[in-house]
Design a binder for this molecule. Structure first.
Ligand code: ARG
Length: 405
């Protein structure tokens, strides 16, 4: 009967897959909790069946599906573009930056329902458990955390058996040889043959990109317009964030752009090998850096690089909601004040190359750089400048001469 339940509640991050389906029942049995299942859409391909109905069938007292695509694009992906976020200069953090958003939504649901716990399906060896747990305590230090897959000792076969015995409806698909995580910012793939870092990833790893070998023989050009560092239009057509990212995933993907083979350093101390497909991310990060090179001053570009690296590490390491991250974000936002303009990118057989850039805020002045007619650089200033620039070295050279050998 409504309202008479005395059980505490747990909000479960529910994907509809085997692990989290089994978890619904397991949380009720093992912890005697009422389960609220929440499935969050950040632009991953959606399964055909109704995961919400299935969660209720398994025994969840409530089940929600939250469409978080727009928030993900606007508040997580776009800030990361402005920060040129790329972990170890290689991985655009697609999985990593979706986790804090998921946690934020789970915490909101927990508040609405007075739930005391959040549960997630991460294992004990990855980064994602850290991102979930640390984001949860950052947003609500009172909440308890349960990670069934860190606790139970079931193999996949035992999970299937557990589901059978407990009448849990699951669709056991043919198991993919890889472990895959997807959202609109990229696709992550690990395990199977990829665990040998010396083996070239086979073609069946990829699903968003064509092989550069099969990509069109003609290059495809795309123009991306940015306002304050955020992409707003593609080939002259204004687009909302989600639409823009999806469009560029298609465009870059069909030209074989976005394949990444990364030996990566996990937060938990393990080196792992992950293969990513991040077509839109690779394209947009190139384009954005291309525009910044035109409009930002040298010292800001150089200083920002350090901030970008820190931003990437904090995102990777599960510290999205930290005060340091807030401060860096404020710096990055301010740095984008003049990052307006258009960038032309050539997509050709696996590569995205910036081939043109223009901006009303361009710091590139032909009159200053040209060796031809119209030169406006003051040549006679060079000698005085070099005198001052070299003066400390000249002073040191004569003071130290013949000493310190
Ligand atoms: N290594 C990446 C990260 O920690 C992706 C992990 C996603 N999981 C997967 N099954 N591929 O952000």
């Amino acid at each position: 009967m409504e309202g008479t339940s005395v059980r505490d509640k747990v909000v479960l991050a529910y994907s509809g897959g085997l692990d989290t389906s089994v978890a619904i029942k397991w949380l009720q049995d093992k912890y005697d909790l009422d389960v609220i299942a929440v499935s969050i859409d950040v632009g991953q391909p959606q399964g055909e069946d109704d995961v919400i109905a299935r969660a209720k069938l398994i025994g969840a007292i409530e089940a929600y599906s939250i469409d978080a695509k727009e928030t993900f694009a606007k508040d997580y992906v776009f800030p990361s573009i402005k920060a040129n976020a790329n972990y170890q200069d290689t991985y655009p953090l697609s999985t990593a930056i979706a986790r804090p958003l998921m946690v934020k939504l789970l915490v909101d649901v927990a508040k609405q329902h007075g739930a005391k716990f959040i549960a997630h399906g991460c294992t004990a060896k990855g980064n994602d458990q850290v991102r979930f747990d640390v984001s949860i305590v950052s947003l609500d230090p009172e909440l308890g955390i349960i990670a069934p897959m860190r606790e139970w000792v079931m193999t996949r076969e035992e999970e299937i058996e557990y589901a059978r015995v407990n009448d849990i409806p699951i669709t056991v698909k043919k198991q993919s040889p890889y472990s895959v995580d997807e959202n609109m910012w990229g696709r992550s793939c690990e395990c199977g043959i990829l665990e040998d870092p010396n083996v070239e990833p086979p073609e069946d790893v990829y699903s968003w990109t064509v092989s550069p070998l099969d990509a069109p023989d003609e290059p495809e050009y795309v123009e991306v317009e940015f306002v304050k560092g955020e992409p707003v239009a593609v080939n002259g057509k204004s687009m909302a964030p989600v639409e823009l990212i999806e469009e560029l995933n298609d465009m870059a993907g069909r030209n074989g752009v976005g394949r990444i083979d990364h030996i990566e350093d996990r937060l938990v101390g393990i080196k792992s090998r992950e293969v990513y497909e991040c077509p839109a991310a690779v394209l947009l990060l190139e384009a954005h850096k291309g525009l910044e090179g035109l409009v930002l001053m040298k010292d800001l570009l150089a200083f920002k690089k350090g901030m970008e690296q820190k931003y990437s590490e904090l995102s990777y390491d599960g510290l999205w909601f930290s005060p340091l991250m807030d401060s860096i974000r404020a710096f990055v936002d301010e740095s984008q004040r003049y990052v307006d303009g258009k960038v032309r990118v050539k997509l050709y057989k696996g590569k995205a190359t910036v081939v043109g850039r223009s901006s009303d805020n361009s710091l590139y002045h032909e009159g200053l750089v040209t060796y031809a007619e119209g030169d406006r650089f003051e040549h006679n200033s060079a000698v005085g400048f070099i005198y001052c620039w070299g003066l400390p070295l000249k002073t040191a050279a004569s003071a130290y001469k013949g000493k310190g050998q």
